[in-house]
Design a protein around this ligand. Structure first.
Ligand SMILES: [Ca+2]
Ligand SMILES: [Ca+2]
Ligand SMILES: [Ca+2]
Ligand SMILES: [Ca+2]
Length: 417
């Protein structure tokens, strides 16, 4: 009986994590939500959820809705509406951030179209429902989406910010925190974004979320209403570099260039050449033997829309001691431009370091053979442990032991490796 109860709990929690607001199918590629079904209740619409992502309160705690006309003043995810410009039945979903509760809310959608969704057009209205008390900082509630998240606050997922879907404070000059009618035309503005070339695979989920940070003073309430999402399917134009970040280029001052590293440029469904801008402090070459630095933007033609091309990069010779990090564009007609980043360092010249020298602690009583050991590190030549040869003159290196003459109080040793 106990096992049976436990099973029920597990199923319930899995359903909570994976429930969706909507499933796009071949026959229906449009979603719309006016949030009015929230009524004046405290329950999120199916698939929607809210939580505390930051603040002094318990991080990750699920936040039910707070129904308010905009006068609520604690950190919360809010169900807002007022009998004003529109009836109180016109609801919107928003949030209020505080030091203890920085809220996040959102939902997920499933692609069941049996095709790749390549275009995601998101439209909504942003409504301000409460003014903030600080006229210096303009508040912003940040929008992000993810195609690999498994939950609203999945820290391991890739979240992409889309600034045109941010909720940017409208009443920026107010200094009193007070309710306002978010349905007044002056307090509401259309927001939109069209995400193109998305490889949103069938059978997988899109997550969207807005997160609201605490700003100085009493924060305003910012909400979303009349959200629509329309998708189209097709074949995305894809462009990639593997890896995306080339790191650990290095050489010692005066000994450059660095060794070259490989970069695989891939693309599919391409309709034009692929261009890679030239970095300032790195050289790019189509071959590594010999490495022939290109003098202008790389311009590579795909074959039948496909590209799989290895190129090589290295840190330029003659640079001053220091770190070199930069990014360049990888682009092609119709594809989303992506970045390739390079980082490396020119190290200062370093003298070899001799350490752990071991010599007899008592003077020999007669001419005898004594053992001397030492270790040398030579960072410039990338040596960490070296076999030593010893001698009392340069050019005469006899090995790991040396014969000392009793009459010599002090000898100078020369070492080589
Ligand atoms: Ca509404
Ligand atoms: Ca509204
Ligand atoms: Ca805020
Ligand atoms: Ca605040």
């Amino acid at each position: 009986m106990k096992k049976f109860l436990l099973l029920i709990v597990l199923i319930t929690s899995v359903n909570l994590v994976f429930s969706q607001a909507y499933t796009f199918t071949a026959g229906n590629k449009a979603y719309s939500e006016n949030f009015d079904a929230m009524g004046t209740g405290t329950t999120h619409l199916s698939g929607w959820s809210g939580l505390r992502y930051a603040g002094s309160g318990l991080i990750g705690e699920v936040l039910p809705l707070v129904a308010t006309d905009g006068s609520y003043s604690s950190g919360s995810v809010d169900n807002v509406g007022i009998a004003g410009t529109n009836l109180v039945t016109d609801r919107a979903l928003g949030s209020l951030a505080s030091g203890s509760t920085m809220p996040m809310y959102g939902t997920s959608f499933t692609n069941n179209t049996n095709e790749i969704i390549i275009t995601i057009a998101i439209n909504a209205f942003f409504e301000q429902w409460k003014s903030g008390s600080n006229a210096t900082v303009n508040e912003k509630v940040k929008f992000e989406y993810s195609l690999n998240a498994t939950s609203l606050n999945d820290a391991a997922a890739t979240w992409v910010a889309v600034s045109t879907l941010d909720l940017n404070e409208i009443l920026t000059t107010t200094t009193t925190a007070a309710k306002v009618d978010g349905n007044l035309p002056a307090n509401r503005v259309a927001i939109s974004a069209t995400l193109t070339n998305q490889p949103w695979a069938s059978g997988t989920n899109l997550w969207i979320r807005w997160s609201d940070k605490d700003d100085f003073g009493s924060d305003g309430i910012y909400a979303v209403d009349d959200l629509t999402i329309n998708v189209t399917t097709g074949i995305p134009i894809l462009l990639s570099s593997t890896p995306q970040k080339l790191t650990d280029f290095s050489y010692f001052d005066g000994s450059g260039p660095s060794e070259a590293k490989e970069l695989l440029i891939g693309g599919s469904n391409l309709s034009g050449n692929v261009e890679i801008a030239l970095p300032a402090n790195y050289e790019l070459s189509y071959s590594n033997n010999p490495f022939t630095a290109e003098a202008a933007t790389l311009n590579i033609a795909p074959e039948m829309g496909i590209l799989n091309k290895t190129i090589f990069a290295r840190l330029k010779a003659g640079l001053a001691v220091g770190s070199y990090t930069e990014e360049v564009d990888l682009s092609s007609t119709g594809a989303n431009t992506s970045k390739i980043s390079f980082s490396g360092v020119v190290n200062p010249n370093t003298a070899p370091a001799v350490s752990n020298v071991s010599v007899p602690t008592t003077a020999p009583t007669s001419s005898e053979t004594v053992a001397i050991t030492a270790s040398v590190t030579d960072a410039e030549n990338n040596l960490t442990s070296v076999n030593l040869k010893w001698g009392t003159k340069t050019g005469e290196y006899t090995g790991g032991t040396i014969k000392m003459n009793l009459n010599v109080a002090k000898i100078q040793l020369f070492i080589m490796w």
